[in-house]
Design a protein around this ligand. Structure first.
Ligand SMILES: [Mg+2]
Length: 383
């Protein structure tokens, strides 16, 4: 079998005003998607999603750059798979899409699920998932929307949810006490029905992070993700050592080499790389190193359904991977790219009983979701 063609589908869908989500100083105006399609001379196709944060048009350029080294080769040769570099996000996300598509293809060739290829007979067939959102509440007008939203996830069957910390605090005089007050109200409202985690989106300094982590821990939250800037490895090591609550991060890191100092310094209790950002093969390498340091790996998984399937198969196959993120703010693009949405029930995603990633693309998606040039977010102007 030989690879005959590799192409990238760039897709978008503008968010309606009520679907826009925001964090810190940015409001997101559209949903993006980049899908790598690998065709073969025997009619089988592999599909894989690259994380759209790599910018779909740049991802497409890098896939075109890499295609000549793959076309004409046998897709089963493992050495042909490019590795992420840790240097250029668009390149590494292109690798993520190609790598996921090759795993899909390999599964289809062997008649096995990707989870089975990765984990053998011990692979799970259902993966625990959590609702990831909490970026539509406005401190100025409706902070209580956060509580309604999380209650909605609980009613929809989710057992866990992750929320963010809202728009720039200085705009509305938000203090740590006011923030923890809202979180206390949230925890009282959910009353143990759903686990809650927080993503800090790298916005705090060490002193703020320490006080807030202790406050969140007291309220019974599940983990605190990326409270501080990524590069502050020593700060993360100090924070992780000082608190009982798991400190998590690493969603923008793409190589096992980049993760190494975080493991060595015990910076994170849980790491969160993403198949769409670095590929399934690199996730496996990072998970092996994580296991050596007794750290869990729960993938980052924002964006669309095909990337979700790549991450889901990895979680199903990996002992130190326990939960998968499901984005709640992506709109119809998220699942309508697929011919069939996988079943989610009782807080779990059921892997389809089909080879590869177990899903196919829906017809006509290039026409239905034409790519919209430009950045997915705009800076909010507010004093
Ligand atoms: Mg995050």
């Amino acid at each position: 079998m030989k690879i005959t063609n590799i192409e990238t589908l760039c897709l978008s869908r503008p968010h309606e005003r009520e679907r826009q989500w925001f964090t810190l100083k940015y409001r997101t105006v559209k949903a993006d998607c980049a899908i790598v399609v690998i065709s073969t001379d025997e009619g089988l196709q592999g599909i894989g999603e690259s994380c759209a944060y790599g910018v779909p048009t740049l991802i497409k350029e890098w896939v075109e750059f890499l295609a000549p080294s793959l076309v004409g080769r046998d897709p089963r040769q493992p050495e042909l798979v490019p590795h992420p570099t840790g240097l250029k996000r668009a390149y590494d996300t292109a690798v993520g899409g190609i790598d996921s598509a090759l795993w899909d293809l390999k599964g289809k060739i062997e008649g096995k699920r990707v989870s089975e290829l990765l984990g053998g007979s011990t692979a799970l067939t259902e993966v625990p998932v959590y609702a990831s959102g909490g970026c539509r509440y406005d401190w100025r007008t409706h902070p209580e929307q956060l509580i309604e939203e999380v209650l909605g996830y609980s009613e929809a069957g989710y057992k866990a949810a992750k929320v963010r910390m809202g728009l720039e605090w200085s705009w509305d005089g938000v203090t740590i006490d006011r923030y923890l007050g809202l979180m206390a109200e949230l925890m009282q409202a959910v009353d143990g029905r759903i686990q809650v985690m927080v993503d800090g989106n790298k916005r705090l300094n060490f002193d703020e992070a320490l006080v807030i982590t202790k406050g969140l821990d007291k309220l019974g939250l599940g983990w605190f993700e990326e409270p501080m800037p990524q590069e502050d490895i020593d700060g993360y090591a100090r924070l992780n050592a000082a608190v009982d609550m798991p400190i998590t991060g690493g969603e923008s890191l793409t190589t096992v080499g980049q993760f190494r100092p975080y493991f060595e310094k015990k910076a994170y209790a849980i790491v969160q790389p993403d198949a769409g950002v670095c590929g399934i093969s690199e996730l496996v390498r990072i998970a092996e190193m994580a296991a050596h340091y007794k750290v869990d790996l729960n993938p980052h998984n924002w964006h669309n359904g095909l990337m979700t399937m790549a991450n889901a198969h990895f979680v199903a196959a990996t002992a130190n991977s326990t939960m998968l993120e499901i984005c709640q703010h992506q709109g119809p693009l998220q699942w309508e790219i697929l011919a069939e949405k996988p079943v989610m029930q009782d807080g779990k995603l059921v892997l389809p009983d089909k080879p590869g990633l177990g899903v196919e693309l829906a017809g006509g998606i290039a026409e239905k979701f034409p790519y919209i040039e430009g950045h997915y977010a705009i800076e909010i102007q507010r004093a």
